[in-house]
Design a protein around this ligand. Structure first.
Ligand code: 13P
Length: 250
């Protein structure tokens, strides 16, 4: 059985004062929920260390939103997976569509970042997803399949890799795919993972849905076949909304 994961991606949001939201998430998370699912919050780099200290021993894990593939060196402004681990992060998002779009990140680089996460002992949350033009051209499965095979490192297991399916057109728009559309893509991802890594490893890897997940739609979206949790953007900034989404698993 895969343990559900509800992860918050804070993107470029959050200042020191935002720790009140993390404190509320920790304080208000029902014990019955914490017993059933993993909760992860990925703030900007600047808050990781403080958040990790505040969340130590709680049911909330802290993660990051990106890393450099190399452990150290002359890469001004970059942060390595080892640095994230050292700051108390347990996971890192790689290949988010905003990084693919804003920084031209390609599958090979995303894969190298996921390998860096493994090297540092972090869970890599590897993002894939089609644009609206690709969906309208009927190319969703082809695009997601290609991103998956190019971005996931060899030898992946559920201990160290999570996949997040985030249709680009659903991010921050309030639009979501139908449950049937989500199930179709997650089904493809599950089949590809099992074909490449073997049935046991393929079945152990969690596949999250992301894109306009809100308290109002979480129960419906998270019930879709082969969905093991959510990667939440905007609604993860407020403890009340983030917990309300996670409570779909109660
Ligand atoms: P929203 O939940 O704001 O649509 O963002 C989704 C996302 O990109 C999470 O990584």
């Amino acid at each position: 059985m895969r343990r559900p994961l509800v992860a918050g991606n804070w993107k470029m949001n959050g200042l020191a004062a935002s720790i009140v939201e993390l404190d509320l998430m920790i304080k208000d998370c029902p014990a019955t929920l914490a017993a059933r699912i993993d909760l992860l919050v990925c703030p900007p780099f600047t808050l990781i260390e403080e958040f990790a200290a505040a969340a130590a021993g709680s049911s909330v894990m802290i993660g990051a939103q990106d890393c450099h593939p190399k452990p150290s060196g002359a890469h001004t402004g970059d942060i390595s997976a080892e640095m994230l681990k050292d700051s108390g992060a347990r996971a890192v998002i790689v290949g988010h569509s905003e990084r693919r779009a804003d920084h031209g990140e390609q599958d090979a680089l995303v894969r190298a970042k996921a390998e860096a996460a493994r090297r540092a002992g972090l869970i890599a949350i590897i993002c894939v997803g089609e644009t609206l033009a690709e969906r309208e051209a009927g190319r969703t499965l082809e695009v997601v399949g290609r991103q998956l095979s190019g971005s996931v490192p060899d030898g992946a297991t559920g201990e160290e890799v999570v996949i997040a399916y985030e249709p680009v057109w659903a991010i921050g728009t309030g639009k979501t795919p139908t449950v049937a559309d989500i199930a179709e893509v997650h089904g493809l991802i599950r089949r590809e993972l099992s074909a490449r890594f073997g049935e046991a490893a393929g079945q152990s890897i969690r596949v999250l849905y992301g894109g306009s997940v809100k308290p109002e739609n979480a129960r419906t979206l998270l019930q879709a076949q082969d969905v093991d949790g959510a990667l939440v953007g905007g609604a993860s900034l407020k403890a009340r909304d983030f917990l309300a989404i996670a409570e779909a698993y109660l």
